[in-house]
Write a protein that binds this ligand. Structure first.
Ligand code: ZN
Length: 311
């Protein structure tokens, strides 16, 4: 294992393989022709998750929608020549009838079950529909707004405001002191579950500033030198996780702002054993999360540094 092997790869819920047709989607006539084409298909997500097909190769279900269901089309993009639209599963009971091997799984399960780009498609559809579902009215004047750009924005016919899909940025970070990693248990999590710290970026704050503030608020530990590593869409309902690493000069962590029930330094060997399910003391977050990727990266970097030292 070299240090470069340990660099973050693409997290789950990334890698959407569609052409998002950002320019063409502004032409309603062009979008209308796509919606009326026999090759048009729909991806369906709802509150319970995403419609998938199980089979030799699990995939997000592409369902042929009745034409009238694409009256106000939300276009995901082009897959080859065929258009993929997003439909809200909670409004489309027909999609569940006669679906053969189609079934609904939670987005988290989809992230674990599906190939990389298919999980990305599930997250993309969920993110876009979550936004439309929660933002049907203008935040400026309260009037019902209209879908424009085939779903990439909404326009208010009363006050003229344009609203773009909302994404809430969250910082999430490994913080270490030598061979110890700072891990905490969020209030309400089951006993024995630990993860890295995370928090929303506040207005008027950079992501780097948010890393240092969150670590100090949640643990009392003063961190320094935050470095951005990788990011992940996390549509529960609308987050973008920004993964960082920062260092600390020690100190005794204590849960202080009520967000964590427990926070402590954990030795490299204990983290490694938890990674392999061999630590009875605690469990790490599942591999669908960027938290897991950051923790595994940290372990790999520490191991490669130890190997170099041993040479
Ligand atoms: Zn308005």
């Amino acid at each position: 294992v070299s240090a470069t092997d340990a660099l973050p790869t693409s997290p789950p819920f990334t890698g959407v393989a569609l052409d998002r047709v950002t320019a063409e989607r502004k032409d309603p006539g062009w979008v209308r022709r796509l919606a009326e084409a026999p090759s048009a298909r729909a991806v369906l997500t709802g509150r319970d998750g995403v419609l998938i097909n199980d089979g030799a190769r699990a995939a997000v279900a592409r369902v042929k929608p009745p034409a009238e269901r694409l009256a106000e089309p939300i276009l995901l993009g082009l897959e080859g020549d065929a258009a993929l639209f997003a439909l809200d599963l909670d409004q489309e009971p027909w999609a569940l009838e006669g679906g053969g091997d189609a079934r609904v799984v939670s987005l988290r399960d989809a992230g674990a079950l599906l190939p990389h780009s298919e999980a990305g498609l599930a997250a993309y559809t969920t993110a876009l529909l979550n936004w439309h579902r929660r933002h049907r009215f203008c935040a400026n004047c309260g009037a019902a707004s209209e879908v424009v750009e085939a779903g990439y924005s909404r326009h208010c016919p009363r006050c003229g405001a344009t609203h773009f899909p909302r994404t809430d940025p969250v910082v999430i970070m490994t913080v270490d002191h030598g061979d110890r990693l700072l891990l905490g248990r969020r209030a309400g999590w089951p006993a024995g579950r630990l993860s890295v710290l995370a928090g929303f970026i506040a207005p008027g704050e950079s992501a780097e500033e948010a890393v240092l503030r969150e670590v100090e608020e949640e643990s009392g530990i003063v961190a320094r030198d935050p470095v951005f590593l990788t990011s992940q869409p996390w549509p529960f309902p609308a987050s973008l996780m920004l993964g960082f690493h920062a260092e600390a000069d020690g100190g005794e962590p204590e849960a202080r702002d009520g967000e964590l029930d427990e926070v402590r330094w954990v030795q490299l060997d204990a983290v490694r054993r938890a990674m392999h399910g061999e630590n009875r003391d605690f469990r790490l977050p599942p591999s669908v999360s960027i938290a897991r990727l950051l923790i595994e990266r940290w372990v790999a970097l520490k191991e490669s540094a130890a190997e170099l030292e041993a040479r």
